[in-house]
Design a protein around this ligand. Structure first.
Ligand code: GLU
Length: 283
């Protein structure tokens, strides 16, 4: 168990170049730990074999150095921690809380009965309750969210901006915990890693707020501690659009190449402002 006062992490996926929104998460996470004499960790979320690229990992480290952010301990790569995630999945299987799913994306999109959640159609439960699933066929593993929430009972988490939040993992439906093409999904890997790395405070963008409903449930099912959360505001571009990876021109690497002063970017985040003509989202 860690005796540090606070441990935070920056956990980018190396599927593209970092943008200003990533810089904001990294600065806020870094400063939170440093202000408390704690640890700031870098975790590379490279579980997507089709999309993770080595060049982006080097880019992430170069961008953080350019911003003047130093992380403690060598960066952890999720691709090197697969046995940990497999063990967690086994525990959920033993509890009968996951089921194999053979559906393709097209099957799910075609389903007329798919209920809708805040982020789009939810999995309609087609494979829930299959009597004799053929595990030799390619399959994902999904969380049976109704069964899991019934077992876990009411859960909350503490969010710096939202206060005490009631966990409602059903908003995301029966999420995938292990993919057909990857042995683990974002939700399971993040939950296991935050616990095993002793992360006490998760600081990330508001776009991941809904995911925390699922992470809180997984923590309860796996007997893991619940960190404090802060889902920070997002950056809105001069065009009124939310910043996303597809805005390639705003990659930190480009700003660096153009000679933009990294200190002015970091200073803006530290003062609760958005730099370079961006503004912060309302919620
Ligand atoms: N890997 C995720 C992303 O790049 C972030 C994970 C997290 O902070 O929980 O969007």
């Amino acid at each position: 168990m860690s005796l540090d006062l606070s441990t935070t992490r920056f956990a980018p996926s190396p599927t593209g170049r970092l943008h200003l929104g990533h810089a904001m998460s990294a600065v806020l996470s870094h400063d939170f730990a440093r202000a408390r004499g704690g640890r700031f960790l870098l975790r590379v979320e490279d579980i997507d074999p089709g999309r993770a690229r080595e060049e982006h990992i080097a880019g992430i480290e170069a961008d953080l150095r350019w911003l003047g952010l130093h992380w403690d301990e060598p960066a952890v790569r999720q691709s090197q921690r697969l046995p940990l995630y497999a063990e967690a999945l086994e525990r959920l299987k033993d509890q009968g809380l996951v089921y194999p799913c053979f559906c393709t994306r097209a099957d799910i999109a075609r389903s007329a009965t798919a209920p809708h959640g805040p982020e789009g159609p939810l999995y309609p439960g087609t494979c829930r309750g299959l009597i004799a699933p053929d595990l030799d066929r390619p399959h994902a593993w999904r969380l049976d969210v109704a069964k899991a929430t019934a077992l876990a009972g009411p859960l909350t988490w503490c969010d710096e901006r939202a206060g005490i939040v009631d966990a409602r993992p059903e908003l995301l439906g029966d999420v995938v915990l292990a993919r057909k093409d990857a042995p683990v999904s974002y939700h399971l890997a993040v939950t296991v890693d935050d616990a095993t790395q002793g992360v006490t405070d998760v600081i990330r963008g508001q776009d991941l707020f809904l995911s925390t409903h699922v992470h809180r449930l997984l923590q309860a099912l796996l007997g893991l501690p619940t960190p404090g959360y802060c889902h920070h505001r997002l950056l809105i571009g001069p065009d009124g659009e939310r910043l996303a990876k597809r805005h390639g021109a705003l990659a930190l690497a480009d700003l660096r190449a153009e000679g933009v002063d990294p200190e002015s970017i970091v200073a803006a985040f530290r003062q609760g402002r958005a730099p370079l003509g961006f503004r912060l989202s309302e919620d």
